[in-house]
Design a protein around this ligand. Sequence first.
Ligand code: SF4
Ligand code: SF4
Length: 488
Amino acid sequence: MGSITNNYKLLPFRFHRANGRVLLVNDVGEYISLNDATFTKFIDHTIDTKSNDFMSLKSSFMAYESNLDSIIELLATKYRSRKQFLFDFTSLHIIVLTERCNQKCTYCHASSIDDNATGKHDMNSTTAKKCVDAIFSSPSHNIKIEFQGGEPFLNFEVLKEIVEYSEEVNSALNKNLEFVICSNLIALDANKLDYLKTKNIPISTSLDGPKDIHDTCRILRNGRGSYDIFSRNLRWASDELGINNISALMTVTPYNINRLNDVIYEYIQQGFGSIFLRMMNPFGYARDNKVHLQYSVDDFLESYKAALDYIIKLNLEGRYFPENYTTLLLRRILTPFSTGFVDLQSPAGAGISCAVYYVNGDVYVSDEARMLAKSSGDKYFCLGNVHSATWKEMFCGDLLKRIVSESCIESLPGCAWCVYQPYCGGDPVRNYALQGNMVSSKAENYFCEKHKGLFNILFDYILEDNDDIQDVFWSWITGKNLEASRIR
Ligand code: SF4
Ligand code: SF4
């Protein structure tokens, strides 16, 4: 029997009980799992300080015996690393080039309108230049401009003007400047492809699964499915730009939720090296058509878990193929680094990491904020307009300060004591859209329900102590194939 002592002190941590075990997580994201009896001894100050469990508790900073000052110093360094994104102000700038689209997807979050619509639905050159001026006023050294719509190819001349003008402005500033275009690929032609190739602009597109699934929701304005044109143009773009310069998002709908293995197979067939299983958001037509499109968070989590099992199996069979959201969450859990994903930050990335420039020059704090304005007319999250407000008025004003202070999950009810808080983030726009305030009640919050469920699933894998699964996860985190990242 080892020595029993109470000569140690606890450091701050949050905990959660499940299946006879207790998960402890501290502010810098270090974690440890104990059985119930050991946890009770630990908090009663009666655990054997020579035991392996106590050594692990000490090395993961749940307790200390001496040198508190240096421990605090170390924890502060780790905390700074996790919050590194705060040193880089707004770097992702989304420009909405047009409200028009040649598709009418049943879940379109952007509430796009007919591609033949007349009126002021496209961004003009004057507004585009003003947007670029605002973008380059950001103190961030990293500027990523993402072109969105509607379908941005429908206003391609203005896209080119933005690229050229941004390069001109940046010649004096020398920032890291990148572009990406989000396109359904239907209006691709040789001139556009040439331009993207010359300017090294990657494409982010959408693929919901094999033809019968994709064509259910992603339909052309004439009512036909978009799969045939999409896959033909995808092959063309892939030949010209390389598949590594094309990524795809898939949206989970009731039509593919029970067929995710078919969706994964389709991604592999099309040459993609990864997948992003995205739950549908409650904006735009997805909200209007929710009678046909709704499913529960439990349904999503069940299908996500089954798909992840399948993806892990594929990786163990020798195919490197990560699920991208899982990789992002694993980076947060298993590494000390900041991931900078604007949708999962505390304080939220809205406005301070990402901004959206609408067709008319209105500036919103996030993609969801402009979707909310478009679908319901509620412009609560509009920071101002590039034609009438200065950068300082928009980005140093009261609204953005309020968003920041109300999205620090460290102090939000529910999140403040949640064991997963160091890995999670705030979502003030979604909270406001669904519950009428930025803070929200976690009990009725689907974002929270989804993330708690995802973290539960990932911790079940992590704590399973299965070397093969750990190796797969580390191969995703490091971006190396499985053999190169084997830890044994
Ligand atoms: S989801 Fe994209 S491609 Fe589909 S209608 Fe909306 S903007 Fe167009
Ligand atoms: S949103 Fe939910 S899962 Fe995330 S920290 Fe808050 S309570 Fe935890």
